[in-house]
Structures are given as structure tokens and as C-alpha cells.
Design a protein around this ligand. Structure first.
Ligand SMILES: [Fe+2]
Length: 455
């Protein structure tokens, strides 16, 4: 899903916006440095798009909604691209079926890179010549749009490599799980996850929705009052080890734990574990023994035994809901999550940490200064996995979609989807905030999605 939209004020000064634009455009290219041209053609599930398509579509967004509207001298790079790389904007043009994106062997990758360069140079010229405020607002939207596609690109590559029989690693170097392996081999000491605790909140009359300075999408507005009963919110996410207990207790074979649509999905999809868990049929390079479960990550396959204390990921809303019922708890509402986020700085295992996979709360979470992440009240609120909430994705009171085709960015998806909060290990840090609303259909599993319990 390419969720897209914005508020009406430019959040950052023009000079900073130019720097942010350059930084974000470059990062999209950086995320592709470990990929081959063939990797960038794969579309391995209905939710995913090829990396090459993400590269082109993010350029298309700037071309279609900024340059063609606000740059009088702008020359469209290729007359076919405006409809070819349109994702879902019915009010803009016709567009190809999503499943056909893997057939885009033309334009070639080099032409897509040239397209991006053409758009970047034109954006530079527009900003240097003094873009009107309306154009700057759209550029800021384009930057946030591109960050969403960076996350999607990584999520899609994880699925693409999982379906490849060779199970390639997206990223080989660095820390993350590799360090966890070395630590376990070299020491008897293994960090244990903190015992699950619940922060207590009084509830009452609270406010949610975006407020203050800065960018937000249209679906975060208007800020409004909500009434909350007293509640508790878990101070960390549910771990793989805890989820394994649910599986061991027959979680996937007990209909009383499941919503009706969830139970139907278990039966029709054959769900028995999170999306990227499987059992080895022989000893493998990743160190797992025969019959042992492995987990596929952007750093390749690792034995589940190394991931036991890391947050469980790649589960549907239905699985999160069933787990919560099994545990005698429930999923939080989006308002409960947001009120609990108040005063907690945005920090945690986000894309900038470059772990690229959920990691244990006590392990490898370091801030920019190299210190282990621990916020003031001890709660780890952002990153690792988006958390499924029990809230349906609906408009807030006073919601106003953007005018024109851009009004399709968020509003038209407000049916049949659940809200997720908090960002994941592939969400750029500058992209996430307390009021941010992600949304997916309840059976979705290809996202980095996990569980934070409420009581
Ligand atoms: Fe998009």
C-alpha cells in the first residue's frame, strides 16, 4: 500500500527542505546498492512492487504533482511515464494493473536512473528559482511519500529473497543478528528480555491527532478529544519466544482463540507460524539443525533460537488478536497507543539503526551516541515492528482529504483496514511520530508487524 497525503503548512525552512529532499532521494538509491538489476524486477506477492518500480514511481510523484504543476519550463521525461508509473490515482490518469509491474522490463534500469536524475535536476532548478509555498508543501509531501516507499522497497525485497530458493541476504555486513550469534557463541551470558510489564494510564478525556509544528499526513487530522477508560500498555513487544509458546499451546488449532475471519484465514492460508518462520530439512549454513525452526531476515536465514528474545514480526492482525486472547490480554486501541506515546522521544530500532530486523529490547539498541537506548520511563515505544491496534482505520472527526487527485492518497482506503502504530526496523526515523497512522488489511503479513499487549 502506498499510503500517501499531508497537512497544509510547510514544516521546514526552504533551505532545510532542499537538504532533506537531497538526503531522501539519495537514500533510495543507497538502498539499492546491494541489489542486482534482476533483483529489482521481482514482484513476489500481490502486496509488493519491484524495486525498479519504486525508483520510478517516487520520481513520478514529483514529476506529476510538483514539476508539471509548478515548473513552467518543465519537460516531461517520457510521455508514457505519467500513466505507466501512476500507482492508484484514478483522478490523475489510467494506470496498469499492479500485478503487471513485474513485466516492466522496459524502460530499462538505466533509463529509470536517468528519469530520477532528470526529476532531481528539475526540482533543484525549481527550488533555486524560488518555488511558491504551494510547491514547497507538495515537495515536502513528495519527500514523505518517498520515505514510505523506502520502507516498502525493503519489505518487498525481504519477501522477494524469501521466495528465492537460494534465500539470499539483502545485507551481509555490520551488526544485527550476526553480532547476536557471535555473542552467544562466545559467552554463557545471554541477555534475557525484561519481564513483561504494563504501564498504567488513568485515561479520561484525552486528545489524539497531530498538533504543533511540522509535517503530517491528512489522516492524522483533526486533533480531537477521545474518552479512554483506565488502561495498561505493555512496556515492550511480544517476543518470538513468547509467540512460540502460543504455537506450542495449539494456538493455530484452537478456533475459540480466533475471530471468524481470522480462523477462516488460518484454514485457507494454512497458517501455522509467522510468515518467515520455517523448519529446516537438513543442517544449513545458517547453523540451524534439522527440524529446527529458522527465521528469514534481510540479513539472511538465522535459527529461531537466536531470535527468541527479539519481537515477533510478520504476523497478521488476526494472529496478533488471537495471541492477545490466548495471553488473557487484548490489543490496544490506536488512541491508547498514542496517548501513551506522549513525551517519549522518537528513538529505537528504526531504519537509521541499520539492524534491518527486530532485535531484543536489551540487545543492540543503540542511539546515535552509541549508548544503549533506554528512554526515561523505560518503555521502548517505537521501532522493531509496527503494532497492530484494535482500531479500524476510519476518518477522524474533521478529516479533510487533499484537493484533486492527491485526495486519493489516504482517504479512499478507509474501509476494511486496521491501524498500525509506532514504525518498524525499516521505517526512517524522521518519518515516524506519535500521531502517525499506518493501515493494512487484517490478513496482511508481509509487513514488519507485531504485537504490543494492552490490559
Ligand atoms: Fe506511492
Amino acid at each position: 500500500m502506498e499510503h500517501e497525503a499531508s497537512n497544509s503548512a510547510v514544516a521546514v525552512p526552504e533551505q532545510s527542505l532542499m537538504e532533506r529532499l537531497r538526503e531522501v532521494r539519495q537514500r533510495t538509491l543507497d538502498l539499492c546498492t546491494s541489489l542486482t538489476a534482476e533483483d529489482m524486477m521481482v514482484q513476489s506477492c500481490p502486496e509488493a512492487s519491484p524495486a525498479k518500480w519504486h525508483l520510478a514511481h517516487t520520481a513520478w510523484f514529483f514529476e506529476s504533482f510538483i514539476l508539471s504543476k509548478f515548473a513552467p519550463e518543465y519537460r516531461v521525461f517520457n510521455p508514457d511515464f505519467p500513466w505507466l508509473f501512476n500507482s492508484y490515482y484514478e483522478g490523475f490518469s489510467a494506470f496498469p494493473e499492479k500485478k503487471l509491474r513485474s513485466s516492466f522490463s522496459r524502460p530499462g534500469l538505466n533509463e529509470v536512473f536517468d528519469y530520477r536524475k532528470h526529476v532531481d535536476e528539475s526540482l533543484n532548478r525549481l527550488m533555486e528559482s524560488g518555488a511558491p509555498p504551494a510547491a514547497l508543501e507538495r515537495i515536502e509531501l513528495g519527500v514523505n511519500h518517498e520515505e514510505q516507499h523506502q520502507e516498502l522497497l525493503l519489505t518487498d525485497m525481504l519477501h522477494a529473497f524469501y521466495t528465492n530458493p537460494l534465500r539470499p541476504k539483502y545485507w551481509e555486513q555490520g551488526t544485527g543478528i550476526r553480532d547476536q550469534k557471535n555473542r552467544e557463541q562466545g559467552s554463557e551470558i545471554r541477555d534475557q528480555p525484561a519481564a513483561l510489564g504494563f504501564r498504567q494510564f488513568q485515561g479520561g478525556l484525552c486528545e489524539i491527532g497531530f498538533a504543533g509544528e511540522g509535517f503530517c499526513f491528512d489522516n492524522e487530522l483533526a486533533r480531537h478529544q477521545v474518552w479512554l477508560q483506565p488502561y495498561g500498555l505493555a512496556d515492550r513487544l511480544v517476543t518470538c519466544g513468547e509467540y512460540l509458546e502460543f504455537i506450542g499451546d495449539g494456538g493455530y488449532s484452537r478456533p475459540e482463540l480466533w475471530l471468524s475471519a481470522g480462523w477462516a484465514a488460518v484454514k485457507t492460508q494454512g497458517w501455522r507460524a509467522p510468515l518467515y518462520w520455517w523448519k529446516e530439512d537438513g543442517a544449513k549454513e545458517n547453523g540451524a539443525d534439522e527440524g529446527e525452526r529458522s527465521v528469514f531476515t534481510l540479513r539472511g536465514a538465522v535459527p529461531l533460537s537466536w531470535m527468541m528474545d527479539a519481537p515477533v514480526s510478520h504476523i497478521s492482525f488476526f494472529e496478533a488478536d488471537a495471541y492477545a486472547r490466548w495471553a488473557g490480554r487484548r490489543l490496544p486501541s490506536e488512541a491508547e497507543w498514542e496517548v501513551a506515546a506522549e513525551g517519549i522521544p522518537v528513538d529505537g530500532n528504526l531504519l537509521d539503526s541499520w539492524n534491518l530486523t527486530p532485535v531484543p529490547a536489551t540487545n543492540l539498541i543503540r542511539n546515535e551516541n552509541g549508548a544503549k537506548h533506554q528512554n526515561e520511563n523505560g518503555a521502548k515505544h517505537y521501532g522493531d515492528c509496527w503494532v497492530w491496534t484494535g482500531s479500524a482505520y476510519l476518518p477522524y472527526p474533521g478529516f479533510r482529504p487533499l484537493e484533486g487527485a492527491l485526495g486519493e492518497y489516504n482517504g479512499k482506503f478507509m474501509s476494511g483496514q486496521m491501524v498500525l502504530r509506532g514504525g518498524s526496523c525499516v521505517t526512517p526515523k524522521k518519518h515516524i511520530r506519535a500521531s502517525y497512522r499506518n493501515f493494512f488489511a487484517p490478513e496482511t503479513r508481509w509487513q514488519f508487524s507485531g504485537i504490543r499487549l494492552a490490559s
